[in-house]
Design a protein around this ligand. Structure first.
Ligand code: FMN
Length: 194
């Protein structure tokens, strides 16, 4: 089976990455899988739990899903144990459409992040999802990225600018999103605007 059949395609595919620490604790976070013509990479900020776990186990699982509530929860909270399933002894998310377990080899590092090259070990497709483009869904993803950046920066002016951009995305979610997009945006608003 080919990685592309899982929904991960050329460019940057936003997925939820699940990892395990050396002592066995599970973690989930939204991460972009970078795909060139025939190679896969991931760029991980060194402050993240995902980076620490990948360093410890040299493995990660990409969970392909369009569930935006799961994206927001994985970004800011610990997902409860009930969300996880096991694939060859490695944590994956029950709700995901497909799972790819990758071996991760360090390719490049800087003070802020490390780039890992990914080699697929196991590929499972649970269902193929047909979905038209929804601006509300894309807007939640953009707003969640801004929110994670908001937590990393210290400059007050930059924080204000990020908030303004998030408000713009919230308007798009209100206009174009379905109930899951609105629920996800609601979690972000509660965390960052109230
Ligand atoms: C859509 C999306 C894509 C993201 N992509 C990355 C990424 O490629 N690399 C990274 O280090 N952080 C990325 N982030 C930020 C992490 O998800 C965020 O810092 C998270 O809190 C890390 O959680 P952890 O400490 O549990 O690993 C992304 C966030 C979102 C919402």
């Amino acid at each position: 089976m080919n990685v592309r059949e899982t929904g991960i395609d050329e460019g940057i595919s936003e997925v939820i990455v699940t990892t395990r620490s050396a002592s066995g604790t599970f973690n989930a976070a939204p991460i972009g899988i970078i795909t060139t013509t025939n190679e896969h990479f991931v760029k991980l900020y060194k402050s993240s739990r995902t980076f620490i776990n990948v360093q410890e186990t040299k493995k990660l699982a990409a969970n392909v899903t369009s569930d935006v509530v799961l994206f927001v929860k994985a970004a800011f909270d610990d997902l409860g144990e009930s969300h996880y399933s096991s694939l060859s002894g490695f944590p994956v998310l029950k709700e995901a459409n497909s799972w790819i377990i990758f071996q991760a080899a360090l390719a490049e590092k800087s003070t802020e992040y490390s780039l890992f090259q990914l080699t697929p070990l196991t590929i499972v497709i649970n269902r193929k999802e047909l979905k038209a483009i929804n601006r509300g869904l894309n807007a939640v993803i953009e707003a969640t990225i801004l929110a994670t950046r908001y937590l990393r920066v210290n400059d007050e002016r930059e924080k204000e600018e990020l908030k303004k951009q998030m408000e713009r995305y919230a308007e798009i979610v209100e206009k174009c999103g379905g109930h899951r997009e609105k629920e996800a945006m609601g979690i972000l608003e509660k965390k960052f605007f109230k």
